[in-house]
Every structure is written in structure tokens, then in C-alpha cells.
Design a binder for this molecule. Structure first.
Ligand code: AMP
Ligand code: MG
Length: 514
């Protein structure tokens, strides 16, 4: 596709009325980029918007008034039936490799970027409606989202934020009063997603694939200004941009690995330039530690298995490097020098990932200092956890108590099919802890901040979605959200949320629901 075939402006801000009373204070920059970066169009109004959940804390941190958002007019904005003043709705253009296959045009097929707001942290955030109707990028899709996947994204992205992982956020979920047809008929919903930006590796690929060097450079300059402002002064800003994205992705994937998070659909269009986790489709958390764990129903080859995630990220970053080659070359002057530079940048991924992962594992094990053999100590634990089918999250959480009081080893060893293998490992661990300066209490407290008690366990997420969709019962969703957004706190009477699924409760497969 050549750039002249870029999506036409389907309609201006069609017939969606502007709300007089709900203020967003939009300050838009993406809408100032050239026309071929997006397609301007408003959301498609829905029959009967109803608020399911509003993220009050997040709205305040974005300088938005939660009461106004929860008002009838606010809910109409969150459903796409009205626009806040200053909104310049658009669907972003992007491409992407999906499971290794390049698709030159994906784009927002069911989302509208409404605009950008400056949060109280002085950071600029995108406000996007997801599930807000068809766009020129919808291909065969209906432009809509079903309630189940919207609530899944709400729960898991908010859990990730509370766990301290860079991520897009959920500002609100509304139902539309309309049905969407998937494998069956389901209630429709719209998610309001907040992101540092929605720039993806696939956004760069979109321009690169068209040979649009000017577009690639404009996008790179935009990404630098928005996410990597320090690199603007670098001798080679585009190389510095590439380095920056690689560094953030290396740290991000390390965080995922340390929490047992399986993204499930690490396509290049789901790889964010800002380094946030984006696109909570078929994601899931490990129960038993297993590098080969795959949950997504469409990941037949295990391309995005838990243990493949750093490799998949590096592959995606290589696609970013390729897309940036033309602009890198203009600085480097020769094709050969450019290739060497790009390879050099990519070679930094593994060491940064390993360092972040290693440091995180030491935190999980209560090690404040670094010694030779720490990596092996962690690997040995993971290996016996796998062989003994020990729950990943619960083992590490119980280890916090054992670090404070050795008698509590019994609660850890109970998770192992053969408790004796834990005892041998723990002997080595305690020996290593003797070399640590921290007191047992300090150590246990630090470990409790690195090993969550609560993650959104797959069976609990599924039960919460089922209750909401099948019985219009939002109580399980509310309760689960409350628990997973305070993941590091020990709280009474919540054992159910900290305990692995019983065999009959186990959810081994997840679906994107698109
Ligand atoms: P995802 O699998 O959510 O990353 O989406 C991949 C691509 O498919 C993106 O371009 C989406 O906008 C598009 N897409 C997903 N679901 C729909 C839908 N229901 N209608 C239109 N486009 C969709
Ligand atoms: Mg996506």
C-alpha cells in the first residue's frame, strides 16, 4: 500500500453531540500529526449506555472529576454517545506482525483515541475508547467489544498497575445495551483505556512498509518528544530512541517473568513504544511454574509461551530496528554502519533483561546483595517448583514468612509434592542468607513487596466474568478487583484469593474474545 492509499477521513466528528458540562481539558498532539497517521472519526453511539465501573482514583490522578464522569452525561461520553469539549476523535493507523506474519494495515479497528490529558504527575496520557464502533481499519470486525473481555482487561491491567508493572490503565467500563455476536451472543461494552501513548512497534512498521521515510521520521521525532525526551539531545537521536525502547521492553518482560505473567499475544502491534504492557486479550498468570505454559487458545505453536517471552520481545524489537533503518542510515551515512548500529542496539537486550530478571529474583529471595551462585539458587528453586507442581505465587509469598521465622518452612514445603526437595533447597538458601546484612524482619518485609499475595488467578477472573455476563452480578468482579489492586497486603479472610484453583476449577485456556 502506498501512502496515498492511506485511510480516508471517513466522517468528521459525525453527529455525536459535545457535552457542555464534563471537562477533560484535552491537549492533543497526535491529532496534529499528518493526516496519513490516522483516520478522523467519532465513536458510533450505542443504544443504552450504563456505567459498570469507574476508576475513581485514576480519574482524580488525571485531573478528571469522578462525579462528573459518573453522571448521565459522563457515562454517555464513556460510551461514545457524546464527546467532551476538545476531543478530536481518531482511529490510529498501524501495521503489525501477528504470530510472525506481517499485516501491512491493522490500525484501530474498534477504538477511538479521544484525545490527550496531562495527569497530575505532569505526564501526557491518551484517553481511548475501545469497543466504540467500526472504523476504516475494522476489516471484517464489528468494531465492538464484549463485556467479558472488557472486564478482563479492567481487572488484569489494574492488577498489573498495583503490582508496579508499567501498563495501560482502565478508567471505566460501560455496557452498551447492545448485543455483540461472537461464538454466541454477548452483552456489548466499551472500555476507556488510558495509556502513556498508543504508539506501537507496528506504528513504525506501518510507515516503513510503505517506504514512507518522512512518516517514519515524523513518528520517531514524536516518540522521542513524548517518551524519550532526553534522547533528543543525543548525537544519534534515532539510535537512542531504539536503545530506549529496547531498555524499557527488557525491563518490562523481566517484570512479567518475575510475576508469572503470560501476555499471550505479543504481536508487534501489541508492543508499546512507551514500554507499557498493552492489550490484555488472552493473558493469564502461571499457577504451577512451567516455562512452556501457554493459555491462549490461538497460540498453537507456543510462540508466546511464558518462557519464550524475552525471545518474542527481542524479535519484535528487531522489527522496530528494521523499521528505523532508513532514518538511522541518514545519520550513519552507510548501510553497513547502520546495520552494525542496529545490531549493537539489539545486542543490549539480553544483558539488560538478564540483569533486571536477576535483580528481581534476588529481591524475591530476600537477597539485598549480589553473589555468585544467586542465579543458580533461583533456578534450582524454579526447577523443583516445576517438578513438584508448586504454585508460583504462593510459594514465593510463603517464602516471605519462612524468611522471618524458619518454623514456617512447613507451609512452603506443603506446596511441594516431595517436601524433602524443598528442605534441601532451603538449607542452601539459609546458608546464603547468613551472608546478608539485613535482619530477618527487614528481609521478610522487603520480600513481601516483591512477592504478591494476590494475583488475578485465572479461575477467579473467569468466575467474575461469568457472574457479570451470565447473571448481571458484579459482586465477584468488585471483590476480585479490590483484592488484586492491593496485591502486597496480607488481609484477613482472603485465603480463597491466594489459593490455587482446585483441579476442577482450573482454567487452562483463555480467549481473546475479539
Ligand atoms: P488485537 O488482537 O486486539 O490486538 O487486535 C488486532 C487487530 O484487530 C487490531 O487492528 C484491532 O483493531 C482489530 N480488531 C480486533 N477486534 C476487532 C473487532 N471486533 N472489530 C474490528 N476490529 C477488531
Ligand atoms: Mg492489539
Amino acid at each position: 500500500m502506498s501512502s496515498s492509499d492511506a485511510p480516508v477521513i471517513a466522517s468528521p466528528t459525525n453527529s455525536v453531540p459535545v457535552s457542555p458540562s464534563v471537562q477533560f481539558n484535552f491537549e492533543n498532539t497526535y491529532a496534529r500529526l499528518p493526516d496519513r497517521f490516522f483516520s478522523r472519526l467519532a465513536p458510533t453511539p450505542v443504544a443504552a449506555p450504563r456505567l459498570v465501573k469507574l476508576n475513581v482514583e485514576l480519574s482524580r490522578s488525571l485531573g478528571l472529576d469522578p462525579d462528573a464522569l459518573a453522571s448521565a452525561e459522563g457515562v454517555e461520553i464513556l460510551a461514545g454517545n457524546r464527546l467532551a469539549e476538545g476531543a478530536e476523535p481518531l482511529a490510529m493507523a498501524y501495521a503489525g506482525h501477528q504470530f510472525g506474519h506481517f499485516v501491512p494495515q491493522l490500525g484501530d479497528g474498534r477504538a477511538n483515541l479521544l484525545g490527550e490529558v496531562i495527569g497530575q504527575d505532569e505526564v501526557r496520557y491518551d484517553i481511548q475508547l475501545k469497543g466504540s464502533g467500526p472504523t476504516p481499519f475494522s476489516r471484517r470486525g464489528d468494531g465492538r467489544a464484549a463485556l467479558g473481555p472488557v472486564l478482563r482487561e479492567y481487572i488484569v491491567s489494574e492488577a498489573m498497575a498495583a503490582l508496579g508493572v508499567p501498563t495501560t490503565r482502565a478508567l471505566a467500563a460501560v455496557t452498551t445495551g447492545e448485543r455483540v455476536l461472537r461464538e454466541r451472543i454477548l452483552p456489548g461494552a466499551v472500555l476507556t483505556r488510558v495509556a502513556a501513548s498508543h504508539l506501537r512497534v507496528g506504528t513504525f512498521q506501518y510507515f516503513a512498509a510503505q517506504g514512507d521515510i518522512e512518516g517514519t521520521r515524523t513518528l520517531a521525532d514524536y516518540a522521542i518528544a513524548r517518551h524519550y525526551p532526553d534522547t533528543a539531545q543525543a548525537k544519534q537521536p534515532y539510535r537512542a530512541l531504539l536503545d530506549g525502547v529496547i531498555a524499557r521492553q527488557a525491563h518490562l518482560i523481566a517484570e512479567w517473568m518475575l510475576l508469572g505473567f503470560v501476555h499471550g499475544v505479543m504481536n508487534t502491534d501489541n508492543t508499546s513504544i512507551s514500554g507499557e504492557t498493552i492489550d490484555y486479550g488472552p493473558c493469564a498468570f502461571l499457577e504451577v511454574y512451567d516455562p512452556a505454559a501457554v493459555f491462549s487458545s490461538i497460540d498453537h505453536q507456543g510462540r508466546y509461551a511464558y518462557g519464550n517471552q524475552s525471545r518474542a520481545a527481542l524479535w519484535n524489537l528487531a522489527r522496530l530496528a528494521e523499521a528505523l533503518l532508513p532514518v538511522l542510515e541518514q545519520v550513519k551515512g552507510s548501510e553497513e554502519a547502520t546495520l552494525i548500529s542496529a545490531k549493537e542496539a539489539l545486542a543490549a537486550f539480553d544483558p539488560q533483561f538478564e540483569a533486571a530478571y536477576g535483580a528481581g529474583m534476588r529481591r524475591k529471595l530476600g537477597l539485598f546483595t549480589e553473589r555468585e551462585g544467586d542465579g543458580a539458587l533461583a533456578q534450582d528453586l524454579l526447577q523443583i517448583m516445576a517438578a513438584n507442581r508448586a504454585d508460583f505465587t504462593l510459594t514465593f509469598r510463603r517464602l516471605c514468612d519462612a524468611a522471618a521465622v524458619p518454623e514456617r518452612d512447613k507451609e512452603v514445603r506443603a506446596l511441594f509434592a516431595d517436601p524433602g526437595v524443598y528442605d534441601s533447597w532451603a538449607t542452601g538458601w539459609r546458608r546464603r542468607l547468613e551472608a546478608e546484612p539485613a535482619s530477618a524482619q527487614e528481609r521478610a518485609a522487603a520480600m513481601r513487596m516483591a512477592n504478591p499475595a494476590f494475583i488475578p488467578r485465572n479461575h477467579l477472573v473467569q468466575a467474575a466474568l461469568d457472574a457479570a455476563v451470565e447473571r448481571q452480578d458484579l459482586q465477584p468482579f468488585e471483590e476480585l478487583l479490590d483484592v488484586v489492586t492491593r496485591p502486597y497486603e496480607d488481609r484477613a479472610n482472603l485465603e480463597r484469593y491466594a489459593t490455587p484453583a482446585r483441579p476442577e476449577e482450573c482454567v487452562s485456556q483463555t480467549f481473546c474474545g475479539t
